[in-house]
Write a protein that binds this ligand. Structure first.
Ligand code: BG6
Length: 492
């Protein structure tokens, strides 16, 4: 069992009745409780404007677990968790109401962790309400997550509002992909294994592919998604974050600021996609009707609340070039889409072809070695290599084989923690390593804004693709032009 070394917290969730709190945070807190990872004196306070008492909130919390937990609720875990829960009614837009926090928080003996599970337009009043109420001190933290703006300008505005009250080291910006075990394992894979440390650049790597395929559509979120699109919803954050972990130089140690610094250097080196190259480097797609898991599903334009003329992309594929020494001439191909053939997140590192082939009996062209890193649904790593087929044949015959490291089997952990558990815990521990700095977010937006802007100046009408496929054929052509093809997602 792990020992708890962090100070007790008052974890205050603003927007306690909202979707994020009910679907994700409560589930994470339950799992952390089950693993005995919540400090015993920690309290969890739900804040929202709904008039109700703590008993009613605890009841709602229980119902949320029943609905979203996907496992039977353990009564002793629930007993401990529910004893920590309480509720406070505050109209989040009314600054004077934050005074009520004074009576229930104890910032002198518990660290105040403020989780902003609300839309950014409320951030200003929460920050100022907290400031005026006098409950904040240097140890207090604030946690927020995307969308942190929809472009550079709006993200700066949000960060500025928060910075009026919290210093940068008090701000924990979540990208839930950074809580996923395999993303973190990239640090270990790359910087603890000499075979990879010394073979991780343009000398040995041909190109990299990152695929984040989702089976879900827009899940009734037309209003949000149609204004956002897949580039902003998924690529600006999750895929670029994965890319930085794959591409960064070794940090001097695991301190947050040193990891952040290396990630920023990668973001700064991304070659801009502009009006001059946007058509060659990007593909936008939009799903039409199709079949997912054997059932017919509507197309994007038939979703509930749809505007039939929408040209928002539900799929995007890009060729990304990183202009630095390590990655010269090594393209990164990124693709992500809703309603794809499977829920698969994979990174594939393609190593370079050997200069000469002495096994022509088996392969005219030797297939390259590949390192396939699976993020979800099953975490693990495969290394694809060539081996001799055993036997006494006259000629040596080769066969492609896989060294297969499945986290489930290797570490005998059937349920590794999800991203949120890890990040909520790290926020309570006060460890900023897995959170995103302001500079990273702004650098990522600068690069994404240039693509969004370029799309306005060319014919970027999204190409249709049937739901249940891996995107429009134009995405295949993006790689075919470079003599390459997407890796068929690997079903483990
Ligand atoms: C969210 C996006 O950030 O990530 C959603 O807003 C998306 O549109 C979700 O479906 C995917 O997360 P995961 O962990 O299920 O891959």
């Amino acid at each position: 069992m792990q020992t708890i070394t962090y100070k007790p917290c008052d974890l205050v969730i603003y927007g306690a009745m909202g979707d994020l709190s009910r679907r994700k945070l409560l589930i994470s807190l339950y799992r952390l409780e089950k693993a005995n990872l919540i400090e015993p004196d920690t309290k969890i306070i739900g804040v929202d404007r709904v008039a109700q008492d703590s008993a009613a909130y605890i009841d709602i919390a229980y119902k949320s677990l029943q609905e979203f937990l996907n496992e039977e609720i353990d009564s002793s875990v629930w007993k401990t968790l529910s004893a920590r829960l309480s509720y406070l009614q505050i109209d989040l837009a009314q600054l004077d109401q934050y005074k009520k926090l004074h009576d229930i928080l104890d910032p002198a003996s518990r660290v105040l962790v403020n989780y902003f599970a609300v839309a950014p337009f409320l951030f200003k009043s929460i920050c100022h309400g907290l400031d005026q109420s006098g409950v904040l001190n240097k140890e207090s933290r604030m946690v927020m997550e995307k969308p942190i703006g929809h472009d550079l300008q709006s993200s700066k505005e949000i960060n500025d509002v928060v910075a009026e009250v919290f210093s940068e080291d008090q701000v924990f910006r979540i990208d839930h992909y950074l809580g996923k075990e395999t993303v973190l394992n990239l640090l270990a894979l790359r910087f603890a294994n000499s075979i990879f440390t010394s073979n991780w650049d343009h000398n040995t790597i041909d190109h990299v592919q990152i695929t984040v395929g989702e089976e879900v559509g827009i899940e009734g979120r037309w209003e949000y998604f149609d204004k956002t699109g897949q580039l902003r919803d998924m690529l600006q954050n999750h895929l670029l974050q994965i890319l930085t972990f794959v591409a960064m130089d070794p940090p001097v140690d695991l301190e947050a600021q040193n990891i952040h610094r290396e990630k920023i250097k990668v973001l700064e080196a991304l070659r801009p996609i502009t009006i001059d190259n946007v058509e060659e480097k990007t593909v936008r797609g939009q799903y039409s009707t199709g079949v997912i898991k054997g059932s017919a599903v509507p197309g994007y334009l038939d979703e509930e609340g749809a505007n039939k003329d929408s040209t928002t992309e539900s799929f995007v594929a890009l060729r990304v070039d990183i202009d630095n020494w390590r990655w010269a001439d090594v393209p990164f191909y990124l693709r992500t889409g809703k309603r794809m053939a499977g829920k698969r997140t994979e990174i594939v590192i393609y190593f370079k072809q050997l200069p000469h082939n002495i096994f022509k009996d088996s392969f005219n062209v030797l297939p390259p070695n590949k390192l396939i890193i699976h993020l979800q649904p099953n975490e693990g790593i495969d290394f694809v290599m060539l081996n001799k087929i055993p036997g006494i044949d006259e000629h040596i015959k080769l066969h492609k084989t896989k060294l297969d490291l499945s986290f489930d089997e290797t570490f005998r952990k059937s349920s590794l923690f999800g991203g949120y558990e890890k990040l909520v815990l790290e926020a309570m521990r006060g460890n900023p390593t897995l959170f995103i700095s302001r500079e990273e977010i702004e650098q990522a937006w600068t690069w994404i804004d240039s693509i969004q802007d370029a799309w306005k100046h060319v014919d970027a009408t999204p190409k249709p693709y049937p739901a249940g496929t891996w995107g429009p054929t134009e995405a295949d052509e993006l790689l075919a032009r470079d003599g390459r093809a997407w890796e068929e997602p690997c079903y483990k």
